[in-house]
Ligand binder design. Structure first.
Ligand SMILES: Cc1ncc(COP(=O)(O)O)c(C=O)c1O
Length: 362
């Protein structure tokens, strides 16, 4: 079953753990003696209830999610959260503080600005988002309804290592491209969210982890589907959820547990990223534009400085089964997304090819 697989460095949807895909394949037409596929199963059935409850339990365990937080399985991708967050959290001053570290933070800002006042504390845009900007605590709005960051910047290859202390203002973080890749103290956040399609499973489900006191703040008249309270009260079964994506997410959570949990995952991710960044540093052809201290563990961005060479590298790598190495269409160059499911051997194969390409293209 595992023949002809490539090393897929896509930023998302991205590579999933092979054992997860194989288990899904085994269970495809008859899940657990139910005589049907999870795709054909009522979301109100006992079997599916068990699937969603186990997925939630496993995620809670993996991320040490405190009891005072709800876990929601929603739809609409990360992008819908850019709107749901202001719809639900703008309840007092209708102000929010933002740090702009890339396109996703900008998009979140744009949506929030339709509903309230957005205060941009810092941006690294003039330097093409190659670092996480420092923020001056004196500039924080004490009365903000929330404070927003993108934890890992998928396009530019940066990540937070030191999160801002926002005091009583709820910190909201987009974890889309780093969830389950390193340990996080959820109690420092009011709300975090992540689309599934990078570290969790197929697109279609979005995880929202929200502190209970932030539920129920949406104004009257908020459409039901956009209100966290409606989904929390219904345990994510208000309407038909993305059943199959939730099932796949559950399989991935079990796989992460088998790997030793998030701490073990983090160790492997740090090792993989170090191998690749060191290879780039040692190279005379490739270079990483991102500031050392802010380099992402998940999305490694690099360039040769010559667009034609970048294109040649991406094409030749593809022919070797190292696929989707092109940078985001807005920045070009190369990007290797090395999420949890990318084995160390994939990174080693990439490095070996980089060395060969460098020898042939001096
Ligand atoms: C950090 C981050 N946030 C949000 C999004 C948007 O997510 P979606 O396509 O699920 O709406 C992406 C997509 O790649 C992302 O990388």
């Amino acid at each position: 079953m595992s023949t002809n697989r490539v090393y897929n460095f896509s930023a998302g949807p991205s590579m999933l753990p092979l054992p997860v895909l194989e288990q899904a394949a085994r269970e495809m037409v008859n899940y657990n003696d139910s005589g049907m596929s999870v795709m054909e199963m009522s979301h109100r059935s006992k079997e599916f209830e068990q699937i969603i409850q186990t997925a939630e339990q496993d995620l809670r365990e993996l991320m040490s999610i405190p009891h005072s937080y709800k876990v929601l399985f929603l739809q609409g991708g990360g992008y819908l959260q850019f709107s749901m967050i202001p719809i639900n959290l703008f309840h007092n001053s209708r102000k929010a503080d933002f740090i702009i570290t890339g396109s996703w933070a900008k998009n979140a800002t744009k949506e929030a600005a339709k509903l309230g006042q957005v205060n941009i504390l810092a941006t690294s845009e003039p330097d093409t988002f190659t670092y996480i900007p420092a923020v001056d605590k004196n500039k924080f709005s004490e009365d903000a309804d929330y404070f927003y960051i993108t934890y890992n910047n998928t396009i530019y290859g940066t990540r937070y290592t030191d999160i801002p202390d926002t005091g009583d203002v709820p910190l909201v973080a987009d974890l889309s491209s780093m969830i389950l890749s390193e340990e996080l103290d959820i109690s420092k956040f009011g709300l975090v969210f992540a689309g599934a399609q990078k570290n969790i499973g197929p697109a279609g489900v979005t995880i929202v982890i929200i502190r209970e006191d932030l539920i129920g703040l949406a104004p009257e008249g908020t459409p039901s589907m956009l209100d966290y309270k409606v989904h929390a009260n219904a345990n994510s079964l208000f309407n038909t959820p993305p059943c199959y994506s939730i099932y796949m997410a559950g399989l991935t959570f079990k796989w992460v547990k088998e790997q030793g949990g998030v701490a073990a995952m983090q160790k492997k991710n740090e090792e993989k990223a170090a191998l690749l960044y060191n290879a780039i540093e040692d190279s005379r052809l490739f270079r990483c534009p991102v500031a050392d201290k802010d380099r992402s563990l998940m999305n490694v961005v690099f360039v040769t400085g010559d667009e034609a060479k970048d294109k040649k590298f991406i094409a030749e790598a593809k022919a070797r089964g190292l696929v989707n190495l092109g940078g985001h269409r807005s920045v070009g160059g190369m990007r290797a997304s090395i999420y949890n499911a990318m084995p160390r051997e994939g990174v080693e194969a990439l490095i070996a090819f980089m060395k060969e390409f460098e020898r042939n293209n001096r």
